[in-house]
Design a protein around this ligand. Structure first.
Ligand code: ADP
Ligand code: MG
Length: 597
């Protein structure tokens, strides 16, 4: 038998490696921007078309490459940044694996122009799928321009896997934010389809943050600073009263590298404790300078995690620095510590008169089709049998029937009462039922919103006065993505540049809550880039039901309680909330009796 093991050709190996480094256009953007920074550029331009699917170009005025180096740069494990393994522990550059350019060139058409200041002529190099198709001298300014065209042209699966332009653009903007925030001393321009999304001159950190996030950001920031032997901590936190419903503005940088650290995040959340209501998130821009020897940057190319040697010390330091910052600006006394958003009377319920539940039969509903992989179908089926047998058992705990009802055989709905302003207690046959009111209502609203969106049976009420809203860049993108579904729900609005004017709302949405709802929906959407496997309509229904469902702490009268229970059991799924939380628990009569011994 002949030998069967062979080394993979380079271009195949590169293509495989590329899968790890380059997942989407945003990964290319990150690598190219970081290379420009490593090349000591002072001015960087990012130009993209169609969310990077057609072209991603980065132009820098950095050190450039010689004609030999530029050829080398596209080889795997070709890097000018480290020479030996030990160099890994004193890294001052972003890149060091020497893999990015080789990976990008394996799965796209790449055109590079580069010139060092000492060279008269520039080099132009074209590579397609790891093959050099053209190399020549050219005329170009000092620095490097790399254009990546037709990303994933030879990896159909990847290309098909890409999300809508809006989603991909948001990923790119996220990466851009991270790089631009880490380097306020570099000027950035970002163009998409010929329009300028960002133009950020070299500036102090505070100005950079304001230039990126715009509007009133300046007045929202509180400085944080602490200098110790362990670390230099600098940056800003967002005043608690401006805390947002999404985690958008949370940034940690260690030695000018964006990182994700659940550990440090916990620390900041802890420092904000009691200052912001439940469901809101603190905003922060925290910059740590530490000795590179005391950290371990995960070598994985796409991971942004990090390990600190002096973790406990750092935690205490950062926490006190943030608390100090918050205290110094005396933001604390202006807050009502006892206010809990979850105690607010939910909008939409308050003004709503009880409605009779309607029964709708969905002919397409198949109970054996598992729509939600996490839902417990066997449980929900046993639940259904429990519920349907209710009417045939007059002995059932708590459901007394009047003689008339018995004669006419009219089933009476079970008794209900509210417990701890949080649960609705009811009984069914030989079971006690404890229902979480918030989750139950989320489920009811979620299904009704989904139905409205898909049925196109919207009902709109015109507002007396249009409500204007000014949107941030990211919100605009998110809005455009969800606009169709919002309209299907009954919202009527127009977007002009960054001004959104709301002229009509669905019936269930009261005028004074419109702003909160739209902002909440946009916040939810910016939050869920990772969960974009769900449809826009589904996410919209989720965010709306979260915002509008009866909150814990709301007192409900008996009619409202009954309607909620009836509505819940009219749902397709009764066991789990749209966020996969258990809606109710049951306690069997037998169990109760056993414990009565
Ligand atoms: P790494 O950044 O990990 O070294 P890359 O594949 O990203 O690997 O880049 C390979 C090499 O190409 C870099 O080490 C650098 O020497 C050179 N290079 C890449 N981009 C630029 C640029 N914009 N300007 C100058 N040199 C560059
Ligand atoms: Mg690199």
């Amino acid at each position: 038998m002949p030998d069967i093991i062979a080394l993979l050709p380079d271009h195949v190996a590169n293509q495989i490696a590329a899968g790890e480094v380059i997942q989407r256009p945003a990964s290319v953007v990150k690598e190219l921007l970081e290379n420009a920074i490593d090349a000591k550029a002072k001015n960087i331009q990012l130009i993209i078309k169609d969310a990077g699917k057609t072209i991603i170009q980065v132009i820098d005025d950095g050190v450039g490459m010689s004609s030999t180096d530029v050829r080398m740069a596209f080889e795997r494990h070709a890097t000018s940044k480290i020479k030996k393994a030990n160099d890994l522990f004193s890294l001052s550059t972003k890149g060091f694996r020497g893999e990015a350019l080789a990976s990008i060139a394996a799965i796209a058409h790449v055109e590079t122009h580069t010139r060092r200041s000492e060279d008269e002529m520039a080099t132009c190099l074209k590579i397609e799928g790891s093959k050099v198709t053209h190399q020549d001298v050219s005329v170009a300014p000092k620095g490097t321009s790399i254009a990546v065209k037709n990303l994933f042209y030879n990896v159909t699966a990847r290309r098909n896997f890409l999300k809508s332009n809006n989603v991909e653009l948001r990923h790119i903007i996220d990466e851009f934010h991270r790089v631009a925030l880490a380097h306020p001393d570099i000027s950035f321009v970002f163009l998409q389809n010929g329009t300028e999304l960002f133009s950020l001159p070299k500036a102090k950190l505070r100005t950079r943050i304001v230039n990126i996030f715009g509007g009133k950001t300046n007045e929202k920031l509180v400085p944080v600073k602490e200098e110790t032997s362990v670390a230099l901590i600098e940056g800003f936190v967002v005043k608690p009263e401006y805390a947002r419903r999404n985690r958008g503005q949370q940034f940690f940088f260690v030695n000018q590298r964006f990182i994700k650290s659940p550990f440090l995040h916990h620390c900041i959340t802890n420092a904000f404790e009691g200052l912001i209501p439940k469901g809101y998130h603190p905003g922060y821009f925290i910059y740590l300078q530490v000795d590179p020897k005391t950290i371990d940057i995960n070598i994985h190319p796409t991971k942004t995690e990090i390990k600190f040697q002096e973790e406990q010390n750092l935690y205490a330091l950062l926490r006190s620095a943030v608390k100090h910052g918050l205290g110094m600006f005396q933001v604390s006394p202006t807050l009502d510590f006892n206010r809990d958003a979850s105690m607010d009377i939910p909008h939409g319920f308050k003004d709503k008169s009880p409605v009779l539940p309607t029964i709708e039969v969905d002919p397409n509903f198949n109970p054996f089709k598992n729509e939600n992989p996490n839902s417990n179908q066997s449980n929900s089926k046993s639940w259904e049998s429990l519920y349907s047998s209710l009417h045939t058992d007059p002995q059932s705990l708590g459901s007394e029937t009047t003689p008339e009802q018995e004669l006419l055989n009219i089933p009476e709905s079970p008794k209900v009462f509210q417990l701890f302003s949080k649960f609705i207690v009811s009984s069914m046959r030989s079971h006690l039922l404890i229902i979480n009111q918030n989750r139950a209502h989320q489920r009811v609203l979620y299904e009704s919103f989904l139905k409205t969106i898909s049925s196109q049976k919207k009902s709109t009420q015109k507002l007396l006065l249009p409500i204007p809203l000014v949107l941030e860049k990211e919100q605009i993108i998110v809005f455009q993505e969800a606009q169709e579904e919002l309209e299907a729900m009954g919202f009527e609005m127009t977007l002009n540049k960054n001004k959104l004017t709301i002229v009509g709302t669905p019936k269930f949405c009261s005028e004074k809550d419109v702003q909160k709802i739209i902002e909440g929906v946009l916040a939810f959407e910016t939050e869920t880039t990772e969960a974009d496997s769900f449809s826009v309509g589904d996410r919209l229904a989720k965010s709306m039901c979260q915002l509008l469902a009866i909150k814990t702490g709301t007192t409900l009268n008996v009619t409202e309680q009954k309607h909620l229970v009836d509505d819940l059991f009219g749902c397709k799924e009764t066991m789990l909330s749209p966020f996969n939380r258990q809606i109710f628990i049951t306690l069997e009569k037998r169990e109760i009796e056993k414990r009565m011994n």
